[in-house]
Design a protein around this ligand. Structure first.
Ligand code: KIV
Length: 270
């Protein structure tokens, strides 16, 4: 939990292993397993609260879970999602909310989208808040996308994501997170910008990878009120627990696979 560690991670040569985390027990286990960056993701709306999407997650939820993760963490860097509705309108409100998340223990906040959000990212950075820009499939816009759909498949959409990544990197974001985009586009972005890229469903050529903890453990079976057998895991996930004897072993295997670039394999990519 320090800006120094965060800067070391950004500048370092090693691939970055990032994992979602929502509580102190898993923060401790993940840190011991070698995870570089813990993401207090608003995916908690789905994996903890059983909701269909991330749209109803609140600032209070994010502060509570950031504090819980920070309590279990010694040196690990913590990234916290700014929840839907907390940053999109006025940049002053974005800053106020980002500062609350930093006070709860975040080292860096993540916001979704390009375009107008570039100015918001710049404003946060100018006021001392490190930012990660989440591009490609951005879950808070699931309804605008018409569902969980891969982005950047057409030339126009690929160009727009690349331009957003270049603009975000130019204003000084610490990372660009790419979700569900073709591996070839993620590779182009990774080589075109100075900010390190972190991928989820974005191929092996990103500088780092992120997974949702419950996906890594193979225990997420969809919305709370739907039958588990009706749920199909997304292509980009992998159950690391199936091959290991323990939760810590599974997280260690994930970290090793990210570092040596054996994960994601082509079958996890688009
Ligand atoms: O909230 C989350 O867990 C995320 C990941 C899907 C990257 O944003």
């Amino acid at each position: 939990m320090s800006q120094e560690n965060l800067q070391r991670l950004i500048a370092g040569d090693e691939n970055i292993a990032m994992l979602t985390c929502y509580d102190s027990t898993f923060a401790k286990v993940s840190e011991a397993a070698g995870v570089d960056l813990l993401l207090v993701g608003d995916s908690l709306g789905m994996v903890l609260q059983g909701a269909e999407n991330t749209l109803n997650v609140t600032m209070q939820d994010m502060e509570y879970h950031t504090k819980s993760v920070a309590a279990g963490c010694k040196d690990c860097c913590i990234m916290t999602d700014m929840p839907a509705g907390s940053y999109e309108k006025e940049k002053e409100t974005a800053l106020l909310n980002a500062k609350k998340l930093m006070a709860a223990g975040a080292d860096i906040v993540k916001i979704e989208g390009g375009g107008e959000m570039v100015k918001t990212a710049q404003y946060l950075i100018e006021h001392g808040v490190p930012v990660c820009a989440h591009l490609g499939f951005t879950p808070q816009s699931v309804n605008q996308f018409g569902g969980y759909r891969i982005q950047g498949k057409t030339d126009q959409s690929a160009k727009s994501i690349l331009q957003d990544a270049i603009a975000m990197s130019a204003v000084g974001v610490s990372f660009v997170l790419l979700e569900m985009v073709p591996a070839v586009l993620a590779k182009t972005i990774t080589t075109s910008i100075s900010a390190p890229t972190i991928g989820i469903g974005a191929g092996v050529d990103c500088k780092g990878q992120v997974l949702v903890l419950q996906d890594l453990l193979g225990i997420y079976t969809g919305v709370a009120n739907k039958a588990p057998q009706d749920f199909k895991s997304p292509r980009f996930t992998k159950n690391f627990l199936a091959e290991q004897g323990s939760i810590q072993g599974a997280i260690e295997a994930y970290v090793a696979a990210v570092k040596n670039k054996t994960f994601p394999a082509p079958e996890h990519s688009y």
